[in-house]
Design a protein around this ligand. Structure first.
Ligand code: SF4
Ligand code: SF4
Ligand code: FES
Length: 323
């Protein structure tokens, strides 16, 4: 079968903008997108730039956008893509600067991974040269979920909606890596707290919009969003409740428990507190909501079924502290 591949090309030395170039290729059975790209490079256009190494979904270097989704080219079947989309369009990972064609600059990605201290941190009371003991069962009860399966491919960052609007967001891969070490029982409590204090800062755990795209695209089932939720839970359990995100969560829950519904008139006060400058910042939005009838009375009574809502909160017990 002869098939057209639509490849996004961009050479910063000669091109003002990225553009799409078609390549026709005879394909057989069992071909992956990476196989097809390598054949295009070898048989038709040696200038095509792409990154790969293991060809076995291990090294994480061939992540790119295939038919609009972030995937590893070496484990993406041409036939399946064709069946699902009727064509094969390949572009570099979004949210990364493009070096050339399908090769992106991962420098900021690695900076963020380094920033989360991707190793076991020691206690402030640790003695120099103190050794880290191996994990042993049943002494150590730990659950890394699957975060240690991450191959650092960057697909989750390419898909991340929060990263799309803020390149400063630490991002799903780095945060999942941080959770791996937070979950490690050998890391002392004071080191864990220091870790959480860093992660609750702006551009950290509270910047995630919970869009779930990182979970959908991850080729290793790391489920970064779930790791971020565990980090949030740990931060609140550690008493780190003053960041905007934490205040939003606890304020939201307090309102539901008290009134059985969200009260947009009170929510800003719970999130921002009596911080005049920040209140003034959101005042225009509040005014527009008021004019459109979107702000209920702050003195509105609870919903009729509030007793059942409170019963649910009681049944959920401590879980309801953090949602
Ligand atoms: S979490 Fe998944 S998608 Fe993200 S870098 Fe790791 S393996 Fe890749
Ligand atoms: S769930 Fe959060 S971290 Fe994952 S892609 Fe969405 S915004 Fe990004
Ligand atoms: S080439 Fe290594 S993951 Fe695809």
């Amino acid at each position: 079968m002869r098939l057209t591949f639509l490849l996004q090309r961009f050479n910063p030395e000669t091109d003002a903008h990225p553009h799409v170039e078609p390549y026709r290729l005879d394909i057989g059975r069992g071909l992956t997108v990476l196989d097809a790209l390598l054949r295009i490079k070898q048989e038709q256009d040696g200038t095509l730039a792409l990154r790969y190494s293991c060809r076995s979904a291990i090294c994480g270097s061939c992540a790119m956008q295939i038919n609009g989704a972030e995937k590893l080219a070496c484990r993406t079947s041409v036939r399946k893509e064709l069946e699902r989309h009727g064509h094969i369009a390949v572009a570099p990972l979004p949210n990364f600067p493009v070096i050339k064609d399908l090769v992106v600059d991962m420098a900021a990605f690695w900076d963020k991974v380094r920033a989360v201290t991707p190793w076991l941190a020691v206690s402030v009371r640790a003695t120099p040269g103190q050794e880290i003991r191996p994990l042993t069962l049943p002494r150590d009860r730990y659950q890394f979920h699957n975060v240690d399966a991450c191959i650092m491919c960057g697909a989750c960052v390419g898909a991340c909606t929060s990263h799309e609007v803020s390149r400063q967001f630490l991002g799903p891969a780095a945060l999942a890596k941080a959770e791996r070490f937070l979950a490690d029982p050998r890391e002392p409590a004071d080191a864990k707290r220091t870790r959480l204090r860093f992660l609750e800062q702006p551009h950290g755990i509270w910047d995630c919009t919970r869009c779930n795209l990182c979970v959908e695209v991850c080729p290793k089932d790391v489920q970064p969003m779930e790791a971020i939720i565990r980090l949030r839970r740990a931060a609140i359990e550690a008493g780190l409740t003053q960041s905007g995100g934490a205040r939003h969560l606890t304020g939201f829950l307090a309102l539901i428990r008290r009134e059985g519904r969200l009260n947009e008139a009170l929510m800003p006060l719970l999130v921002v507190g009596l911080h005049l400058r920040r209140l003034l910042h959101i005042a225009p939005l509040g005014m527009r909501m008021l004019l459109h009838g979107k702000v209920p009375s702050p003195w509105a009574p609870p919903i009729p079924g509030i007793a059942q809502v409170r019963a649910i909160f009681s049944a959920l017990g401590r879980l309801t502290r953090i949602g």
